[in-house]
Design a protein around this ligand. Sequence first.
Ligand SMILES: C[S@@+](CC[C@H](N)C(=O)[O-])C[C@H]1O[C@@H](n2cnc3c(N)ncnc32)[C@H](O)[C@@H]1O
Length: 223
Amino acid sequence: MDLYGDEDYAAQYDQRWASATGRKRDLRKARAITLALQDLQERCGKSFQQVMDLPCGTGRFSHRLASEFPTYFGADLSVQMLAEAKNKIAASSPESDRAHCNFLAADAAKLPFDDQAIDVTLCIRFLHLVRDPQLRIDFVRELARVSRYGVILDYRHDRTLRIWGKRVRHKLGLLELAPANPSQAQIRDEIRAAGLHAQRFIHVHRAPLLSDKMLVVTTPIGA
Ligand SMILES: C[S@@+](CC[C@H](N)C(=O)[O-])C[C@H]1O[C@@H](n2cnc3c(N)ncnc32)[C@H](O)[C@@H]1O
């Protein structure tokens, strides 16, 4: 994941959502996040006061989240990505939103927060970059530790036409790496191993066979 520490890479990262199709993908993800947050708040009967967006990257969702929740934490390992996020918020958000918007450099493996310090954590476009299932579990466990009511996790599942196609290409020797997307059952097991219940799976795309993106609404086991 070293490329996120590159200033030029960070500066052009948002280009992936600049085209008409990119904007649609971005909006679909934003809608799924809104739905997941509503679901979790209703489930817990709470209005969340703090939300952590980890990794926040270049602040793709910072403005939206900072305007919806009293306290927003955008955390990321890369100071280059964080610099883009800070600039974006400074340029686009009113002073009232900026005031409760906090950015911090942090490693998802060891977060600088006490247990249950944050109401909810959102983890978008991160776990699919972690190919080792045990490492994914360790990251999710740390997010669960600091999150009081639950965590919203962006997973990539394996039941799509594209992933099936990749499997076939890998078997035929046309693709070096086999796709690492876990099945929905494996995702549920990973989440449980990290101390969370998978309460709801929200497909980001209306036609799930066309997209592997899925948000999982989770709550702490025993809550
Ligand atoms: C694909 S980007 C996703 C950013 C944002 N959530 C989005 O939707 O655009 C992945 C991010 O993970 C960050 N990252 C990688 N390893 C990390 C770690 N151990 N702790 C925190 N952030 C990490 C990278 O710096 C990068 O900004």
